[in-house]
Design a binder for this molecule. Structure first.
Ligand code: ZN
Ligand code: ZN
Length: 246
């Protein structure tokens, strides 16, 4: 019997329950946009028009950049699963570290020229890194987030998926705190078809409807049809007279 490392809910194998796996997927989808917002802090605001008269005026000194922003957007090397002391682990190296860690645990099968099969760890992870022009580029936050989302079902089979969850959760909290951007939630009117909680939520910029109680996901058109049926049945029980008359 296995359990979710976050909420201890029993699962049939994975170390994250559907609800907490949905969190990781949502955060990986949010991370690129949060990073772009953070990068705007580094662009100097429109420089104030300088007086051409006199010519002795110095350019205004730029507004001080928040050192936390510099640290988060900085280069570096991060070992996955290492303890985060100050919460300022740079984003791209953090993603890179996790992808490398996951790749290293992922068995790669190959055959040598003599036909002998070898199973060994993958040497490296390669993120989706093709630009709009079709040419390959270096790793990007978006590329790594796509990569990690693809390998999430594999990662969930390991107890360290909990470390990934906790670190990503702390990173997203910190970014939201700095950018003041929290995706808008819209609570839906019909209860979750799986757990019956009134916890189905649509979030701006994300595809689909997710139950915040159990992690159940629905496509928007599936939800629309389900909600129409739910409200229809609900009205029928609320007004039995209407039914009798029909
Ligand atoms: Zn859980
Ligand atoms: Zn539910």
């Amino acid at each position: 019997m296995s359990a979710c490392t976050i909420c201890r809910h029993a699962t049939d194998g994975p170390h994250l329950c559907p609800r907490h796996a949905a969190d990781v997927r949502d955060w990986l989808a949010e991370l690129p946009a949060q990073t772009r917002l953070l990068e705007q802090f580094l662009r100097p605001a429109a420089a104030p028009a300088q007086s051409r008269i006199g010519g002795t005026g110095r350019a205004h000194s730029p507004a001080p950049v928040d050192l936390r922003v510099l640290a988060l957007l900085g280069p570096g090397h991060v070992d996955a699963r290492s303890e985060d002391d100050d919460g300022l682990i740079p984003i791209l190296p953090w993603l890179d570290g996790w992808a490398g860690y996951i790749a290293y645990t992922y068995p790669s099968a190959s055959r040598d020229p003599y036909g002998t099969a070898h199973v060994q760890p993958c040497e490296a992870a390669h993120p989706a890194s093709t630009g709009p022009d079709g040419r390959r580029r270096g790793p990007t936050v978006t590329g790594w987030c796509v990569w990690l989302t693809r390998y999430l079902p594999y990662a969930m089979a390991h107890p360290w998926a909990g470390d990934l969850y906790r670190q990503l959760s702390a990173l997203i909290d910190r970014l939201r705190d700095l950018t003041h951007s929290v995706p808008h939630r819209h609570l839906q009117g019909a209860p979750c078809p799986r757990c019956e909680a009134f916890a189905l939520v649509a979030v701006d910029g994300r595809w689909g409807i997710t139950c915040e109680a159990c992690g159940h996901r629905m496509e928007p058109d599936v939800y629309d049809q389900y909600a129409a049926e739910f409200h229809h049945a609900h009205q029928a029980t609320a007004n039995p007279a209407d039914n009798a008359a029909a």
